[in-house]
Design a protein around this ligand. Structure first.
Ligand SMILES: Cc1cc2nc3c(=O)[nH]c(=O)nc-3n(C[C@H](O)[C@H](O)[C@H](O)COP(=O)(O)OP(=O)(O)OC[C@H]3O[C@@H](n4cnc5c(N)ncnc54)[C@H](O)[C@@H]3O)c2cc1C
Length: 398
């Protein structure tokens, strides 16, 4: 078997197939294997999630996802990593990490085990074309032609091209008759043309972001909101980005409604502010508000609440209500994402109705297999994308 792509899926598949006694060659265009694993989880590698459930994965064919995951939960992945000598520990929300908290240990142990199992790893080898004749695949590569009986496309998605993200696998597969579900960047930062965000660049709040498309409420996520000079980032934003990305692609108008103090209900916040007035605030308004909210956000809150500029004096209840509304409903229009360059994953990919979920073999071309992000499956943040890469790689050896 030849495997194109020494990323998460390709490495696990290579080890599993080689352990079954088959000869395996692993081709990688980068000079090093596992580049995305190395940078993942800020260098700590959020390798999996303890709470695997099909609703944490997305694609146009949910039954394919359910079938791939059936019997391939976190424990199966943990067993595999134990077999290569990697111990795991649990972080928040079921997130799993290597006990070393170093992604390099994941890559180095995978590489060692692959070589020990007899896998031939060839780096700096880009596959440029594939042809199949009389049961043999011929691969044109930057290091000459290579032939095999079985071929696994584990070449990932276009996300993060700086780390090897590429479209090449899709081109090979579509040439062989497969179809593609459109790909969009996901787990990606969002861009806004509104100028005020630039002035707030660097401000981070624990907030709530609600997404509206064409004025209609879509969904919401809680977590960090980080204002930047291009728009907005932070964990809540990454979690919303899949929806934003696909909607912007259909030319929908996207707007975020930001609650900067979600832990305070409207009433609780109103009471807090009223109490501060009662306690006698003769301070200038901006200084008074600084007691509860980041200074850089105050100007925009006052502007969006159409607050008349004034320096001091007691606030009345109506004015407090306006402020509360603005703090809990700050509007930010979104016109773009940071694209594949900024994305951790891509939505879409090879149409999974054309792939056997138990063996990952193509239903159209015998002895052609797929694993990992090349397929129309993407997961939530929290280790789910690696989970799919590992288990689809393991299934190839079935
Ligand atoms: C910055 C960042 C952080 C991330 N953090 C996490 C995380 O903490 N947890 C998590 O679950 N997921 C995370 N992800 C997502 C995760 O890395 C991917 O979902 C996963 O790596 C997909 O595995 P894969 O094997 O399908 O593809 P990849 O890992 O992308 O591997 C594909 C390989 O194929 C090679 N290739 C492509 N075309 C060719 C060709 N023509 N010839 C030869 N080689 C080729 C590429 O160079 C690449 O090495 C992160 C992604 C990024 C970008």
């Amino acid at each position: 078997m030849i495997i194109i792509g020494a990323g998460a899926a390709g490495l696990v598949a290579a080890i599993s197939v080689a352990r079954k006694g088959q000869a395996v060659i692993l081709l990688e265009q980068n000079s090093k294997i596992g580049k995305k694993i190395l940078v993942s989880g800020n260098g700590k590698c959020n390798i999996d999630n303890k709470y695997i459930s099909s609703h944490r994965f997305h694609g146009q064919n949910p039954s394919f996802i359910e079938n791939v995951l059936e019997g391939y939960d976190f424990e199966v992945v943990q067993k595999f990593f134990t077999s290569i000598g990697l111990a795991l520990i649990e972080g928040k929300e079921g997130k799993m990490f290597p006990m070393s908290l170093q992604s390099s240990s994941v890559v180095e142990l995978l590489e060692y085990e692959a070589k020990r199992a007899g896998v031939q790893i060839i780096c700096d080898c880009t596959v440029t074309a594939i042809d199949k004749k009389e049961g043999t695949f011929t691969l044109e590569t930057s290091q000459g032609d290579k032939r095999c009986e079985k071929l696994l496309l584990a070449s990932g998605s276009p996300a993060a091209p700086q780390l090897g993200g590429s479209n090449s696998g899709y081109a090979f597969a579509t040439k062989m008759g497969h179809t593609l579900i459109p790909r969009h960047p996901s787990l990606v930062q969002l861009c806004s043309e509104e100028t005020w965000v630039k002035a707030c660049a660097g401000v981070k709040v624990a907030g709530l972001a609600q997404l509206y498309a064409n004025g209609e409420y879509i969904t919401e996520k809680k977590g960090d909101l980080l204002f930047t000079n291009y728009g907005i980032s932070g964990l809540a934003i990454l979690d919303l980005s899949r929806e934003v990305s696909t909607r912007l692609a259909s030319f929908d108008y996207c707007e975020l409604n930001l609650d900067l103090m979600p832990e305070f209900s409207k009433e609780k916040l109103t009471n807090l502010l009223l109490k501060r007035v009662e306690e006698g605030s003769d301070k200038p308004l901006i200084l008074w508000l600084q007691g509860v909210i980041n200074k850089k956000l105050i100007t925009i809150i006052l502007k969006q609440s159409k607050f008349k500029a004034r320096e001091e004096g007691e606030l009345n209840r109506k004015e407090i209500n306006k402020l509360v509304h603005s703090i809990k409903n700050l509007k930010l229009s979104i016109n773009d994402t940071k694209g594949f360059q900024g994305a951790e994953v891509a939505t879409g990919g090879i149409n999974t109705t054309e792939v056997n979920p138990h063996t990952m073999e193509s239903k159209l071309i015998s002895n052609l297999f797929f694993a990992g992000e090349i397929l129309d499956v993407d997961g939530d943040r929290g280790g789910f994308n690696f989970h799919f890469a590992w288990v689809s790689g393991l299934r190839v050896a079935n």
